[in-house]
Design a protein around this ligand. Structure first.
Ligand code: 5GP
Length: 193
């Protein structure tokens, strides 16, 4: 069991509606030592890739992506959520359905911060159905950037996002993959990696 799986078992809470709450160390209060470890682990896994920018989506991806970007010594750009955008020529835009809020947001990145020169590592906290990653991939493609890899802190392996992204041919690394969880007993089972 790795450092993150141990922490999830210790402090994660399984909620009804297929939601794993990790608010005490990742999504609300953040354990900065753990963030450093996460940054170093993603660096270790993608060190052979030619990454010049880390990309994520607000809000919970931002803190994690900062620590990853620090390890690579590169900038981090995040997609901003916006209820409605007047599609202007200055923005890349994608539609993202929120797993936790059950609504759809447009997410935007300024054309000033993504281009054909960029080799991206895309980071997010959770992977469920893959909507957030699909939106980020679509923005990266619109910009003509190269996606070197995608890094997820917690993948819910029994939802279809991970399979979809891997089937698209991307290099996806998840630090913990939950194969099942039970809100009545609180049990969480991880995939052996
Ligand atoms: P997806 O777009 O892959 O369906 O869902 C990923 C997004 O939904 C993540 O950015 C994350 O914020 C949120 N999310 C999905 N499942 C969970 C969960 O079990 N717990 C928490 N805290 N967030 C989740």
């Amino acid at each position: 069991m790795n450092f993150l799986e141990k922490r999830i078992l210790q402090d994660g809470v399984v909620k009804p509606g297929n939601v794993l709450k990790v608010d005490s160390f990742l999504n609300h209060q953040m354990d900065i030592k753990l963030m450093e470890e996460i940054g170093k682990e993603f660096y270790r896994r993608f060190a052979d890739k030619n990454i010049n920018k880390v990309m994520t989506i607000e809000a919970s991806g931002i803190g994690i992506a900062c620590f990853v970007a620090k390890e690579f010594g590169v900038p981090m750009v995040f997609a901003k959520k916006s209820k409605s955008v007047n599609i202007s020529g200055d923005l890349y835009v994608a539609e993202v359905e929120s797993f936790t809020h059950k609504n759809t947001n447009q997410v935007i990145v300024s054309k000033s911060f993504l281009s054909t020169d960029d080799h991206l590592l895309i980071i997010d906290d959770f992977l469920a159905n893959g909507c957030a990653l699909k939106g980020l991939i679509s923005i990266a493609k619109d910009a003509g950037a190269t996606i070197e890899g995608l890094g997820i802190v917690i993948e819910k392996g029994y939802q279809n996002g991970g399979k979809m992204i891997r089937d698209m041919g991307y290099h996806l690394e998840s630090l913990a993959i939950v194969d099942s969880m039970d809100d009545e007993t609180g049990a969480i089972v991880f995939r052996q990696q």
